[in-house]
Design a protein around this ligand. Structure first.
Ligand code: AMP
Ligand code: MG
Length: 347
């Protein structure tokens, strides 16, 4: 995550736009339903929770959701100095609370199944690009190689809920999975309340829960990478989480050029797989978030091979410069409504 003030403001503006875009789900009032929403800023991201209930019911639910998300940030953020991740990065050990072991396990599972396209130890490279932006220069090959030497899950040991590192320069960045985990916790909680349904938009992750009053699936707009004020189509989502990774989401600017935030851990450079964005649909938000990052790095061919292997249950929408490619489950189910005709729809 890039954290300087300039890009932070740009990002905040963009994220607000994402939220608006993703929020074009069920129009509560038009269908006679009451909806209330609340916006938060946590984990360096704008979050919006929309609930299908009245304000009185929503008030305590909103504050409980805020506490859940703050609790996740306090453990997983690498920019909060006393978080578990920050302490791992300085001390080299994390005794992982049972509730958080899912994050570590999913990170390691996705990393293993994607040949390291998703890599929770990408932190030294992310920090290098950030430093280079501050210094107004590109990283040089030697620096990239030096950082890459410490990147890779082979430098981690995961035993009895304790994560340790075998290389003192290895560091964690769970920015590609933490929001998905937070959204899972929020939805688990919301499902136990009396709120019948709603939508949680958390950066590039959107979860729907509960049925809509009319029984229809939620309709979620997917952003057009070429025109980020517009959508390229709509996904019909009865349940679960959509996680989007795109080259337009976050970036550093060096000598006037933009370098996006998703790193190919094999090269140390922003991934160039031919994809502009990928949206992953999954019942599990933690998995959806990790997979969207991984598939973005892998590109369509490798991503489709992972889909066909059925190692993980997911569906996806891949967006290249001029094509939209759907996984079989989405194409056959007719669950994607194609609106941006400048993209060819392939499957
Ligand atoms: P996302 O937006 O979910 O795709 O996550 C991107 C964020 O995860 C970046 O801002 C980095 O902090 C981190 N990251 C970048 N590249 C990778 C990667 N290949 N694997 C895991 N995390 C990554
Ligand atoms: Mg992700």
């Amino acid at each position: 995550m890039w954290r300087d003030k300039g890009t932070r403001i740009k990002r905040l503006t963009f994220l607000l736009a994402v939220i608006l875009c993703f929020s074009c789900v069920s129009c509560g009032r038009a269908s006679g339903e009451r909806t209330v929403s609340k916006t938060y800023f946590l984990m360096d991201t704008v979050i919006e929770i929309k609930l299908r209930c009245g304000e009185e019911t929503a008030a305590p639910v909103f504050s409980a959701c805020g506490e859940i998300m703050s609790g996740v940030e306090a453990v997983l953020s690498r920019t909060v100095s006393d978080s578990a991740v920050s302490r791992f990065n300085t001390e080299g050990q994390w005794q992982v609370d049972a509730a958080f072991s899912k994050v570590v396990q999913t990170a390691l599972d996705v990393s293993g199944a994607t040949d390291g396209a998703f890599d929770p130890t990408v932190e030294p490279i992310v920090s290098l690009w950030k430093r280079c932006e501050e210094q107004g220069r590109l990283p040089v090959e030697e620096e990239l190689h030096e950082c890459l030497a410490h990147v890779g899950t082979e430098h981690l040991v995961w035993e009895e809920n304790t994560l340790t590192r075998t290389d003192p320069a290895t560091a964690l960045d769970l920015g590609a999975i933490g929001k998905g985990y937070a959204i899972d916790l929020v939805v688990d909680y919301l499902e136990k309340t009396e709120v019948p349904g709603g939508v949680v938009s958390f950066g590039g992750n959107v979860a729907v829960f509960g049925a809509k009053k009319n029984g229809e699936a939620y309709r979620i707009g997917l952003r057009d990478p070429q025109n980020t004020a517009g959508v390229l189509g709509y996904l019909s989502v009865p349940s679960g989480v959509i996680s989007v990774s795109g080259d337009y989401e976050r970036y550093v600017t060096i000598n006037g050029a933009r370098y996006h935030h998703i790193i190919d851990p094999k090269t140390g450079y922003p991934a160039e797989s031919g994809l502009r964005s990928v949206a992953v649909l999954c019942e599990d938000g933690t998995l959806a978030d990790a997979l969207s990052t991984a598939l973005f790095v892998m590109g369509v061919e490798e991503a489709m091979a992972l889909y066909e292997s059925a190692v993980f249950p997911f569906e996806a929408v891949f967006v290249t410069e001029d094509e939209i490619i759907l996984t079989e489950g989405l194409a056959e189910g007719g669950r994607f409504e194609h609106t941006a005709k400048q993209y060819r729809l392939a499957s």
